[in-house]
Design a protein around this ligand. Structure first.
Ligand code: KMH
Ligand code: ZN
Length: 310
């Protein structure tokens, strides 16, 4: 029987800016509501960043996260996954601080350094809600998102060993699977681990189905398919087609406004939950089922929602 599909919803991220969509959650209350609605719609994992409530800028402060984490926990059984990617330009300590404070069941971990170009979005807008937005996008022309062996090792020790947190290993290119294999071979990462394959970031691998197939083939060779769960996210207009492909191939998937602001061609998504409902209906129409949080916890060997510090 086919495994159920784990849906992750990444509700706000640190890439899009408030000008781009009025539906992008910004305040703690908006992030909490978006997360609860996404969970009710069928997401078993909620991937979280925080934003400064005043201006929507990516915000690493644990105290900002703490304004929405308990609300989400009290209202849903979904797995809370805290980003350690943070916002482009944050230090590694800033990026880890919310997760080391909250000790979540899951955290993201980016598996290699890469150019991370979001500057092409500058051309789409002629005015901005906040002063920080245009310079933030502009600086990515010259930006390398740093995820070195040392920082990956540090996160594995601090969060993995220190807190029993397990990871969403974000792999933006083939080489990142080999970086992951290095840590698996060292015994620092143990099955069953969760690989999030990321397509369509400028600087990472492109959103081409052949790339997805090849990354999946190489992951099977490196890790053995019984040892890991895999999921797919693709940026922008590739989001839904790639999520669908992953489900068809036996994988899991991620949606959410972090990765795409749209629900259809030129049509902004009004909520994260709308994207979850859309992909859920596709998954179910393929004859597949959507995983519950309990199933996700079992398959990813998570420590449990009562073992967190929020
Ligand atoms: N927005 C994704 C492409 C993280 O939070 O660690 C990358 C991401 C990074 O989710
Ligand atoms: Zn993220």
């Amino acid at each position: 029987m086919a495994k159920s599909v784990i849906i992750t919803c990444a509700v706000t991220g640190g890439i899009h800016t408030p000008t781009m969509s009025e539906h992008l959650p910004v305040t703690p209350a908006e992030i909490a509501t978006a997360s609860i609605e996404a969970a009710e719609a069928g997401a078993s994992i909620i991937h979280l960043h925080a934003r400064d409530p005043e201006n929507g800028k990516p915000d690493p402060r644990p105290e900002t996260f703490m304004q929405f984490l308990p609300v989400i926990k009290q209202s849903t059984d979904a797995v809370v996954n805290i980003s350690t990617g943070g916002g482009l330009g944050m230090t590694i300590d800033e990026r880890l601080s919310a997760a080391t404070t909250a000790s979540p069941e899951m955290a993201s971990l980016n598996m290699g350094s890469l150019n991370f170009g979001i500057f092409p979005m500058l051309e789409k807008y002629s005015s901005w809600k906040h002063d920080w937005e245009a310079p933030f996008l502009e600086m990515t022309k010259d930006f390398i998102f740093p995820n070195t062996f040392r920082t990956i090792e540090y996160a594995l020790q601090e969060l993995g060993e220190g807190h029993g947190t397990r990871f969403e290993f974000e792999c933006y290119d083939l080489g990142h699977l080999y970086n992951l294999a290095y840590f698996v071979d060292k015994g620092m990462i143990k099955p069953p681990f969760f690989i999030q394959m990321v397509f369509g970031i400028l600087g990472g691998v492109g959103a081409d189905l052949d790339n997805l197939m090849h990354m999946h083939t190489i992951a099977n060779k490196l890790f053995g398919e019984e040892n890991y769960e895999w999921s797919v996210l693709a940026a922008g207009r590739h989001q839904m087609p790639f999520a669908t492909q992953s489900a068809m191939l036996g994988g899991n998937l991620r949606v959410g406004l972090e990765d795409s602001l749209y629900i259809g061609p030129k049509q902004l998504a009004k909520s994260n939950a709308d994207q979850v409902r859309k992909i859920r209906s596709i998954v179910e129409n393929l004859g597949l089922t959507v995983a519950t949080p309990t199933e996700a916890r079992e398959r990813l060997a998570l420590k449990g929602g009562d073992m967190v510090k929020f």
